[in-house]
Design a binder for this molecule. Structure first.
Ligand SMILES: Cc1ncc(COP(=O)(O)O)c(C=O)c1O
Length: 495
């Protein structure tokens, strides 16, 4: 470790009381700033691996932090950053080995012809620059984005983020932005239930083809189609097979470019591949990466083809970013990529992802409230529903579960999706089998409690309906469910 544990403990304990921190935050930090668990926020003072610790030393299992990709405060990453900070940190208008080595490693992980990098400080900057590159190359402005997508907080990327602009107070979508349906086969426009034998990839790609043709007919085709390779904010969405291939074909054939936003899902998280777009066998023209790349340090990049990069250069307007690609950021990103390989974290994501998927699918068999379980590697979504048949989202229960997981089990998960009913898992990649079991046990307890509440409500209904002629059936159903609950309750208590 670059720092002794006593030094770390001392930093972690030199602090204001939690109530003073809240007071100061309320006074000096804009209220629009998002805060997890707002009614009872967490004060996190220290992190290690897949764990975070609050001011009282309580340990929380972190199941949502895809930024601390190789684990909170990984010693190799800390050492690389601290050493480079103590050596030199300047801008990328000087030659530096960490910069070129970072670009070499990053591009070595990408398929040809993605071989040229531009460094930035965040996912928002990466997507913003990706748009500039695409608009410059095509000399067009229009962009296709997916419903529920989030691509960042800067003006240009807020314009392509329905997740934000569709909120009641959101800014209006500009005319040059076109929204295609989110390829959600469980709750979206084309579901596997409504279209059981259809090619859902083709169905979801068709609206993209239609927009391309329509805009071309108007004389100003599409500059770019931008999409997360797996949509995170949309509710952990895995697009159907063939979707990106068909969508990319439609965009390319009308002269547009395809941008893959890998800000959340890149760097081996999906297990089977380093980049999530590879799972759909496509090669984007531009890839935006950030969050996991710095393991908590702000660094991102845009990776593109020599041709698109050359067209950007040909404008004569030099690209300069004071911090993007500074030696400290690049040393950190290099350490992150090294650790992913050396510690086999991509393989770990695959193995644990398979385990989580099979265990969560088991929960789906046991609990009616689990409507869908989907995932790839350490990117898993569990969709809670009020009713399986109608797939009606259960937003209230999802929020309740998120809070109970934190309050009672000290496990941090979050909920997302258009109805905020999808429990998201995207933990640090050092997540272990024991961690998966800890999550599963806690989650099972929450689902059981939910079911217990529902049974109580059903009991009230059954009592009154037993007075009616079909009372026997309702009472039987209740008895069966009660038996099932008792079995699960025993299981929980016995662990
Ligand atoms: C898919 C996606 N793209 C871009 C961004 C923006 O990244 P940043 O917050 O680093 O600017 C985010 C942030 O959550 C994201 O989820």
């Amino acid at each position: 470790m670059p720092f002794a544990s006593e030094q770390i403990q001392s930093v972690a304990s030199q602090q204001l009381s939690k109530s003073d921190t809240i007071k100061l935050r309320n006074k000096h930090i804009g209220q629009a700033c998002q805060l997890f668990y707002r009614s009872d926020p967490l004060k996190i003072v220290r992190g290690k691996g897949q764990y975070m610790f609050d001011e009282e030393g309580t340990r929380y299992l972190d199941c949502i932090n895809n930024v601390a990709h190789v684990g909170h405060c990984h010693p190799e990453v800390v050492r690389a950053g601290a050493l480079q900070m103590a050596t030199i940190s300047t801008n990328n208008r000087f030659l530096h080995d960490e910069l070129v080595q970072c670009a070499r490693t990053l591009t070595s992980k990408m398929p040809a012809p993605l071989s040229v990098c531009f460094f930035v400080n965040s996912g928002s900057e990466a997507n913003d620059l990706a748009l500039r590159l695409a608009r410059n190359y095509t000399k067009r402005k229009d962009v296709i984005t997916l419903d529920h997508a989030y691509h960042g907080h800067l003006q240009a990327v807020m314009e392509i983020s329905p997740y934000k602009f569709n909120q009641p107070g959101g800014e209006q979508k500009p005319d040059y932005v076109h929204v295609a349906p989110c390829p959600d086969i469980y709750g979206g426009q084309f579901t596997d239930k409504l279209y059981p034998n259809a090619d859902l990839g083709a169905l979801y790609a068709q609206p993209i083809a239609d927009i391309c043709q329509r805009q071309l007919a108007k004389g100003h085709g599409i500059a770019a189609f931008i999409a997360e390779s797996l949509q995170s904010c949309g509710g952990q969405i895995l697009p159907p097979a063939g979707y990106f291939q068909a969508a990319y074909d439609a965009v390319h054939s009308t002269g547009g470019l395809c941008i893959a936003d890998e800000v959340q899902v890149g760097f081996g998280r999906v297990g089977s591949h380093y980049w999530a777009f590879e799972t759909q066998h496509v090669v984007p023209d531009i890839v935006a990466v950030a969050k996991p790349m710095g393991n908590g340090h702000p660094v991102g990049a845009v990776v593109t083809t020599p041709e698109i990069a050359q067209a950007f250069c040909d404008t004569g307007v030099a690209y300069f970013n004071t911090y993007g690609g500074n030696p400290v950021s690049c040393a950190i990103a290099n350490a992150v990529m090294r650790v992913i390989d050396e510690e086999g974290l991509q393989q770990n994501a695959q193995q644990l992802g398979d385990y989580l998927m099979s265990e969560c699918s088991q929960l789906k068999q046991e609990f009616d409230s689990v409507g869908d379980v989907r995932g790839m590697g350490l990117f898993v979504g569990i969709e809670l529903v009020v009713d399986r048949e109608s797939r009606t989202p259960d937003t209230k229960s999802a929020r309740w579960v998120v809070n109970r997981m934190k309050q009672m089990h000290k496990v941090l998960v979050s909920s997302d999706g258009p109805n905020d009913n999808v429990i998201k898992l995207k933990p640090p990649m050092c997540f272990s089998h024991e961690n998966a079991d800890e999550f599963l046990l806690a989650f099972r307890e929450c689902l059981t409690s939910l079911m217990q509440d529902q049974l109580q409500a059903a009991a009230t209904v059954a009592t009154s309906s037993s007075l009616a002629t079909n009372g026997a059936t309702a009472a039987e159903t209740l008895a069966n469910k009660t038996k099932m609950f008792e079995r699960q309750d025993r299981l929980i208590k016995s662990v």
